[in-house]
Design a binder for this molecule. Structure first.
Ligand SMILES: *Cc1c(COP(=O)(O)O)cnc(C)c1O
Length: 395
């Protein structure tokens, strides 16, 4: 049986897969099983932040694997302690880390911290978590309920209680009550359609929550690890949240999740854990990825790439006014609003056929999440492939 047949026979059909199998990659380039080449503007949905087959990350992992892959969290783990230091220092926040294996698991940890913090808070039990409509926080029973998308709550109930959805950031203040344990938001909604929040509104909300002593959880699973140009989008927005979650880009392709918090005393021994979380393999990857990203930030290379990519995207948007209405996003988390969902599907298919990978977000947004190490040459090639795709769609 070939791969497609094996997949069909043995793998549950939870993904609507495109009919392509990639077999090799290098930075922002991929090659499929037929030998066809692509420019990757998706980096595995913001995961391969330092590109495919990054030599430094691979060397660090191989070196670690030739020694110890996993022991358990019952003992000290050198690379875990170092990864925590690197993450905390890059963020500039006075926080501590807990290591998990995915974005959803990181958000679960964040919710547990907020809930335990709420229980300690005197006589009134604080358990409600306010999230936003069109948010995305993960696929576990709790994080799918935290996700403000009705369609995702169709099955799987009963869900944990206490999730409250605000239509917009303006509505959060009105929903706060004596039972609110935390507010959880994305600063740029990713899956919801590349939707950045207004900076002044976020700052006002953060201040209000500080006054009311309600922790703010920022889900930076997609925006974290320099995706916006800063280590965390929270820094870019100039806020000081109590809890930040990271995952996707911070492991460079190795499955990781991180909860960072200034509420350092809430969880104690036995309150939370994860068998694989923070093991030698995954935290060695984090250490090398964060080092590389710190270096390209400090050298100015990251900011130059962000400028170059956004200029190319702006030009592309201007040239296709009949297909796209506007450019959205921050840093290397960008999108183009297509005039309708049908056009977007055509663009996605034509792009892949012409050798460039892009993503869909929300109903009608074409999403770009390239590796933060993408070269100008790769960017140019990707946009010329997109021009060819648009020539077909607009014909
Ligand atoms: C992808 C994503 C998640 C879920 O991460 P998983 O690793 O798939 O569990 C949660 N929140 C945000 C903002 C995301 O983009």
């Amino acid at each position: 049986m070939n791969i497609q047949e094996l997949d069909k026979k043995y793998v549950l059909p939870t993904y609507a897969r495109a009919d392509v199998e990639f077999v090799s990659g290098k930075n922002a380039r991929l090659t499929d099983a037929n030998g066809k080449n692509y420019i990757d503007f998706t980096s595995g949905i913001a995961v391969t932040s330092v590109g495919h087959a990054n030599e430094r990350v691979n060397a660090a992992i191989c070196k670690q694997l030739s020694n110890i892959t996993h022991i358990s969290n019952l003992y000290h783990i050198g690379p875990q302690a170092k990864a925590a230091q690197k993450i905390v220092e890059a963020s500039g926040y006075d926080m501590k880390c807990f290591f998990a294996n995915s974005g959803a698991e990181a958000n679960e940890g964040a919710i547990k911290i907020a809930r335990k913090h709420g229980e300690r808070d005197g006589a009134i039990k604080r358990y409600k978590i306010i999230t936003l409509q069109h948010s995305f926080h993960g696929r576990t029973i709790t994080t799918v309920k935290a996700t403000g998308q009705e369609a995702m709550h169709n099955y799987f109930g009963p869900f944990p209680d206490g999730f409250v959805y605000a239509d917009t950031i303006d509505d959060i203040a009105g929903l706060l009550d004596d039972h609110t344990a935390a507010v959880m938001i994305e600063l740029i909604q990713g899956e919801g359609g590349v939707q950045p929040q207004d900076k002044a509104k976020v700052q006002a909300l953060a201040k209000l929550l500080k006054d009311k002593e309600v922790p703010l959880i920022v889900d930076e699973v997609q925006t974290g690890a320099y995706r916006t140009g800063e280590f965390s989008a929270s820094q870019l927005y100039g806020i000081d949240p109590e809890i930040i979650t990271l995952a996707k880009g911070v492991g460079g392709g190795v499955p990781v999740g991180v909860v960072m918090t200034s509420l350092k005393e809430v969880l104690g021994a036995g309150d939370h854990g994860s068998t694989f979380g923070g093991n030698y393999l995954s935290t060695t990857a984090i250490c090398e990825v964060v080092d590389i990203l710190n270096e390209i930030k400090e050298s100015g290379e990251l900011n130059a790439t962000i400028e170059y990519f956004n200029a190319a995207l702006e030009k592309f948007c201007e040239a296709h006014k009949e297909t796209f209405t506007s450019k959205v996003g921050i840093g290397l988390m960008c999108g183009l609003r297509a005039k309708d969902a049908d056009t977007l599907t055509k663009v996605l298919n034509a792009a892949r056929e012409n050798g460039v990978m892009v993503l869909k977000a929300g109903r009608n947004t074409l999403r770009f999440l390239p590796a933060l190490t993408i070269s100008n040459q790769e960017i140019d090639e990707g946009f010329s492939a997109l021009e060819k795709a648009l020539a077909i769609v607009e014909k």
